[in-house]
Ligand binder design. Structure first.
Ligand code: SF4
Ligand code: SF4
Length: 132
């Protein structure tokens, strides 16, 4: 017991005093996925491949679909980024995503967050059904 206590007293702490101290993020860190709307073609592959159901296509204009991200569902796995044929999704180093309201955790500019039943069906308000 005494030996174990002494060992821990001599070891460096395994944690830092966050948020006063912050770790340097490693290369390849996967934070909030971000969309480049100019590169995106609306092909829906990211929506199809997201294992968490965290992406729903949003109709931004006639025949213009873009993915909306539900960050409170996202597992930060980067599958959407891997799958996108246009490299339109990048994983940022943003990890401080805590918010007081769920709308803040929805990443589709100027669009209200769809109601949960619509999310569960994988269909955002205004977006055509899959295969339509
Ligand atoms: S896979 Fe890429 S190009 Fe296709 S809808 Fe998603 S972000 Fe856009
Ligand atoms: S990072 Fe993973 S869980 Fe998050 S939106 Fe992309 S595919 Fe879905």
């Amino acid at each position: 017991m005494a030996r174990e206590t002494a060992r821990h007293l001599l070891k460096r702490p395994a944690t830092v005093l966050y948020p006063f101290q912050r770790l340097t993020l490693p290369a390849g860190f996967r934070g909030r996925p971000a969309l480049d709307t100019e590169k995106c073609t609306g092909c829906r592959i990211c929506e199809r491949d997201c294992p968490a159901g965290a992406i729903t296509m949003v109709q931004m204009a006639e025949k213009v679909l873009r993915p909306g991200f539900f960050y409170d569902r996202c597992a930060f796995c980067a599958q959407c980024s891997e799958s996108c044929p246009k490299d339109a999704i990048t994983m940022t180093d943003e990890y401080e995503l805590a918010a007081f309201d769920r709308q803040s955790l929805y990443g589709a500019p100027a669009m209200p967050r769809p109601k949960d039943p619509e999310i569960a069906k994988g269909k955002a308000a205004g977006a055509p059904a899959r295969g339509a």
